[in-house]
Design a protein around this ligand. Structure first.
Ligand code: C2O
Length: 503
């Protein structure tokens, strides 16, 4: 019988501020912290700081600390993001069970951006109780989040991510789980739809605070690879990401993990400390079924917004069999086999200035709009490649072809998607392991092309990209002002290349 990972807000609503699962968790966090030295590097693999260091730990000069071979191993910006974090959580859960002497304890999950429950965008109250003996509280978080303000509502990004396919691709188009890589990468590189927003977005806004201009005024643990695992909330956030992977698989029969004959995916393995001493090695191929790992989730249903989304099974515009037969045989080929064409690219673009970044299209193009009836519609993608910056940055909404002077708030239909900047600093440093390549994010913008074309406003010669920061509206501006740690550096994001693709 599989154990059940519970929804932390449902538990809180049913049992009160301190549901049983969190009382036990807090006790384990205390035990694990007591195994850390007062200063210096952690030594005990079952201690709190050691566990966090496996995700990332900084040396004094801000590089990835790999003085222990198990440290700084988190996988981001590739198709290893989801399986690595699944392994990391399973190994951590076993450590907590060990400390509690309870083989049934299971990590709860925090569904921070639930499209159906706006109320869960607030940190669960047990994590916010500011008492010295509360192991789940930390001042190393956004003061707004700790004060009970809801995260900005970008829950539609969950709906969008759940509609993304394939799981991974090496062709440059958007994917759910990240870019294919034959070797594990540590920093940056190509994020899947699930990795950037919702995932990175929650890191950035739970970790950091921003002023009204989008400058970072304070940085906490969740905002960096090197400290994120120190926040007890990290593990609940990742349990939810892990859950959304299964939700994605269940939501649509077209959704599949990479094929198991692909050894670069299936046979890649990672090592984690085991509670009884020594280490456990997991292969990606071993962790594709949560039940085989011993757990399931309280709720694996897709949000109602996904079911209603155009093109989703049962939703408006869902593909039927076109009257040609029993379906299946006429299904469109998986997107991973379509070779996209670059239709325009521009190099070294500042991304945060008021002016949009403009990509001139090589040949003025309607990007397939005029195609013969019955042809598969041409899909359009926007790639922001190699995003780097020297200062911390908030999350952004990315708009395509906003009319001059207009604000994104007035044109939700032109939203390409969101760009969180979790990992920006780590991905921007050329001296780090695999670092320096920056973050890469791909948006499918077919829907924006269609909306503009319908209005006769698609510009066949250029695509203009505008960035607007997504900022919490503080309920307590004094707390925010007091939280500011001085020296404000405006964000200075640049992309090595902005590319428009069609496929
Ligand atoms: Cu490896 Cu949420 O991060």
């Amino acid at each position: 019988m599989a154990r059940t990972r519970m929804d932390v807000w449902t538990r809180t609503d049913d049992e009160g501020t301190w549901p049983e699962v969190l009382v036990a968790y807090a006790r384990a966090v205390e035990v694990m912290r007591s195994l850390d030295p007062v200063s210096g590097k952690p030594r005990d693999p079952l201690s709190w700081q050691f566990q966090a260091a496996m995700h990332g730990r900084a040396t004094r000069t801000g590089r990835a600390d790999r003085s222990n071979p198990l440290w700084s191993r988190c996988q981001h910006g590739s198709w290893f993001f989801l399986p690595w974090h699944r392994m990391f959580l399973a190994a951590f859960e076993a450590v907590v069970q060990h400390h509690l002497g309870d083989a049934d304890w299971s990590l709860p999950y925090w569904y921070a951006l639930d499209p159906d429950r706006r109320s869960t965008a607030v940190l669960p109250p047990a994590f916010r109780e500011n008492r010295p003996d509360n192991a789940l509280f930390t001042p190393n978080r956004s003061v707004l989040a700790n004060g009970g303000d809801p995260l900005p509502d970008v829950s539609d990004s969950v709906t969008q991510a759940l509609a993304a396919e394939p799981f991974a691709t090496d062709t440059g188009i958007a994917s759910f789980g990240g870019g294919e890589r034959s070797r594990p990468s540590f920093f940056g590189e190509e994020m899947g739809a699930i990795e950037d927003t919702p995932h990175g977005f929650v890191h950035v806004v739970v970790g950091n605070d921003f002023d009204a201009q989008g400058n970072t005024v304070r940085e906490g643990w969740m905002g960096s690879f090197f400290t994120a695992g120190l926040d007890p909330l990290f593990w609940l956030h990742h349990a939810n990401l892990d859950r959304l992977w299964q939700v994605w698989l269940d939501a649509d029969p077209e959704h599949r993990n990479p094929p198991d004959d692909d050894p670069a995916w299936f046979r890649t393995s990672f090592r984690f400390p085991a509670p009884g001493g020594g280490t456990t090695t997991y292969r990606v191929g071993d962790v594709l079924d949560p039940e085989a790992l011993g757990y399931t989730y309280e709720d694996l249903s897709a949000p109602s917004t996904f079911l209603a989304a155009p093109g989703a099974p049962g939703g408006p515009g869902a593909p039927d069999d076109g009257g040609i037969g029993m379906g299946g045989a006429q299904a469109p080929p998986p997107r991973r086999h379509v070779t996209p064409q670059v239709v325009g690219a521009t190099q070294d673009v500042p991304l945060t200035r008021a002016e949009p970044a403009v990509v001139e299209l090589a040949e003025p193009s309607d990007l397939g709009l005029g195609e013969a009836e019955g042809a598969a519609p041409t899909r359009v993608y926007l790639r922001l490649e190699g995003i780097t910056g020297t200062a911390a940055a908030p999350a952004y909404e990315v708009f395509v072809n906003l009319p001059p002077g207009a604000s994104g708030a007035d044109h939700p239909e032109l939203l390409a998607g969101r760009l969180a900047t979790f990992g920006l600093a780590e991905a921007s440093r050329g001296d780090s392991v695999h670092g320096g390549n920056g973050l890469t994010k791909v948006f499918e913008i077919t829907h924006v092309r269609d909306v503009l074309a319908d209005r006769g406003r698609w510009d066949p010669a250029r695509v203009a990209v505008t960035f607007e920061p997504v900022l919490p509206v503080p309920s307590d501006t004094d707390a925010l002002a007091q939280a500011s740690t001085g020296a404000v550096q405006p964000p200075d994001l640049r992309a090595a290349r902005v590319v428009v693709l069609s496929a």
